[in-house]
Design a protein around this ligand. Structure first.
Ligand code: OAD
Length: 255
C-alpha cells in the first residue's frame, strides 16, 4: 500500500514538473482534517439535514430561521478551525507557479485564503459574506455573530448567506474564470471532492479536453481517501488524507 502511494506521488510530481499551467478543484475533504465536516460522509452535514430544508432558495423562503440556524452553526464552526497542511501545501504551490496556478474551491470556509492562497475562485460562495434579498448588496461580515434573522443595514430587508444553493446558478464571472483555468491547465488536481455536484465537477472533463476542445488534453490527478466519480477521468489517483499527501507532493517538488 505504501509502495502504491509512493509510486502515485512520484507520477504526480513528474506530471507537475513539466506543467506550465495548473488548476486545482477542491471540495470538503481538503478541510476535513481541519475539523470541518464533509457533506456526504455517514456523519457528514447532509446526514443531519435534508438539503431541501437548508440549502435551496425554496427552503429559505419557507423557513429562513432554520436556514440561518444551519449557516450560523457552520460560521461558528469555521471560527474555531485552522488551515491544515493540505491547504498550506496548495498555497506553496501557488508560490511556485504564480499566476499560472488557479485554485477553484467548492468550499465556503475561507481556509484556502487563510493558508495564504491568493488566486482562489469560490464557486459556491462564502460563509463570510451575506447578500441582501432586497438591494442585492454583498458584504463581507467576517465571522461576527449575525443573529437569528439578520437584516440589511442599508435597506432593512432580510439578509441571506452568500452561498450558492441547489437550483441556483453559479456566479457567472467566477464560473467563467474557473472554466478558463481548467481549459488552460496542463494539469488539474482534484482534491477531496466526491465530484458529484455540477457544474463544478465539469471542470474535470473540461481540463481533459473531452469533446476535443483542447489540442493537448490536460492531465488529471485525484487526491482523495478513496476513488470517486472523478477517478475514471484521472490519470493518477493519490489515495490518502490530503493533509498528508499534498505536503509529500510538495517535498518531491522541492517546495
Ligand atoms: P462531499 O462530502 O460530497 O465529498 C467529500 C470528499 O472528500 C469525499 O470524496 C471524501 O472521500 C473526501 N475526503 C474526506 N476526507 C478526506 C481527506 N482527509 N483527504 C482527502 N479526501 C477526503 O463534499 P464535496 O465534494 O465538497 O455544495 O461536495 C460538493 C458540494 O456538495 C459542496 O460544495 C456543497 C455540497 O452539497 C453546496 O452546498 C452548494
Amino acid at each position: 500500500m505504501a509502495d502504491e502511494l509512493d509510486t502515485a506521488l512520484d507520477r504526480a510530481a513528474e506530471l507537475l514538473r513539466s506543467a506550465r499551467s495548473i488548476a486545482v478543484l477542491t471540495g470538503a475533504g481538503v478541510s476535513a482534517e481541519s475539523g470541518v465536516p464533509t457533506f456526504r460522509a455517514s456523519d457528514g452535514l447532509w446526514e443531519g439535514h435534508r438539503i431541501e430544508d437548508v440549502a435551496t432558495p425554496f427552503a429559505f423562503q419557507r423557513n429562513p430561521r432554520l436556514v440561518w440556524q444551519f449557516y450560523n452553526a457552520r460560521r461558528a464552526n469555521v471560527g474555531t478551525v485552522k488551515p491544515n497542511p493540505g491547504h498550506h501545501a496548495l498555497a506553496k504551490m501557488e508560490g511556485r507557479w504564480g499566476e499560472n496556478f488557479t485554485l477553484v474551491t467548492q468550499n465556503v470556509d475561507g481556509l484556502h485564503r487563510a493558508a495564504g492562497s491568493r488566486n482562489v475562485l469560490e464557486v459556491h460562495g462564502s460563509l463570510y459574506r451575506t447578500r441582501c434579498t432586497g438591494c442585492d448588496e454583498i458584504a463581507d461580515r467576517g465571522l461576527e455573530p449575525l443573529g437569528e434573522l439578520p437584516t440589511c443595514p442599508a435597506c432593512s430587508a432580510l439578509l441571506r448567506p452568500d452561498i450558492v444553493w441547489f437550483h441556483e446558478p453559479l456566479p457567472e464571472d467566477v464560473w467563467e474564470a474557473a472554466a478558463l483555468a481548467a481549459h488552460r491547465a496542463d494539469v488539474l488536481l482534484v482534491v477531496g471532492t466526491s465530484a458529484v455536484v455540477y457544474p463544478a465537477a465539469n471542470l474535470i472533463p473540461i481540463a481533459r479536453g473531452v469533446g476535443g476542445a483542447k489540442p493537448e488534453p490536460g492531465k488529471v490527478i485525484e487526491f482523495n481517501l478513496t476513488p470517486t466519480e472523478a477517478s475514471e477521468l484521472a490519470d493518477v489517483g493519490v489515495y490518502g488524507p490530503s493533509g498528508q499527501t499534498l505536503p509529500r507532493l510538495c517535498e518531491r517538488l522541492g517546495l
